[in-house]
Design a protein around this ligand. Structure first.
Ligand code: FES
Length: 229
């Protein structure tokens, strides 16, 4: 490699210890370059699973910043710590016994009524979602609006880490999606029909055949399958 192709190295600090890493890496790749074997706080590596929230500071800036380790590029002088998970209590409920209304949601998540509309959650969201709008929609009982607003939530928990009202967004939004799917969205007729077909044993013979098909043949069948467009 010629000297012009050599990567430029920058210094990052992980839990206060300095490491030289090539510039341009994500935090996750930089950690691995520095010798960390990531077991917790890593999942899809593509910004979808929400497993890698990381807290960092930049030189000369007191602000605590938060981002996904697999998506955030390291910067010279960055101090960081990766958080393996965001602890928050999950309420227990039976979705069949619930109703999609604000009162019920508040009985499970009373902290939602403490929202001060500071918008910190929205600013913190690595997905760029209007988290505060969703919380406000929940307070108004507009479950459909809330569910659509947080459709791309990856449950990283960063909004909750920053929320002064200590709202448990991950679990709250999971409930919203469940209520929306069960009580508000129209039923998917074709799925119901397919379920009936499966229960009636229509695919039993074909499935049994697949179970004893050699792996190479299965791969060929898979790659040649008809895809709906
Ligand atoms: S590893 Fe899945 S979002 Fe970062």
């Amino acid at each position: 490699m010629s000297s012009s192709q050599k990567p430029k190295f920058i210094k990052i600090y992980v839990m206060g210890r300095a490491y030289e890493v090539p510039e341009g890496l994500t935090i996750m790749k930089a950690l691995e370059y520095a010798g960390f074997r990531l077991i917790r706080g890593v999942g899809c590596r593509g910004g979808f699973c929400g497993a890698c929230p990381t807290v960092y500071r930049l030189p000369g800036d007191y602000k605590l910043r938060i981002g996904l380790a697999c998506q955030t590029i390291v910067q010279d002088g960055m101090h960081l710590v990766i958080l393996p998970f965001v602890p928050m209590e999950k309420p227990r409920y039976n979705i069949d016994e619930l109703k999609p209304d604000a009162g019920l949601i508040l009985s499970l998540f009373p902290e939602v009524s403490r929202c001060v509309s500071c918008n910190t959650c929205t600013k913190a969201c690595p997905q760029g979602l209007d988290v505060m709008d969703a919380v406000q929609a929940i307070l108004r009982g507009d479950i459909a609006k809330a569910a659509n607003t947080i459709f791309d939530c990856i449950s990283c928990g960063i909004c909750s880490m920053r929320c002064p009202a200590e709202i448990r967004h991950i679990h709250l939004f999971q409930l919203i999606r469940r209520l929306y799917g069960k009580y508000i969205l129209p039923k998917a007729k074709h799925v119901e029909e397919r379920l009936k077909e499966i229960e009636s044993g229509k695919y039993e013979e074909e499935l049994n055949k697949l179970m004893v098909t050699p792996i190479e043949k299965l791969k060929k069948l898979y790659s040649e399958r008809k895809i709906e467009t």
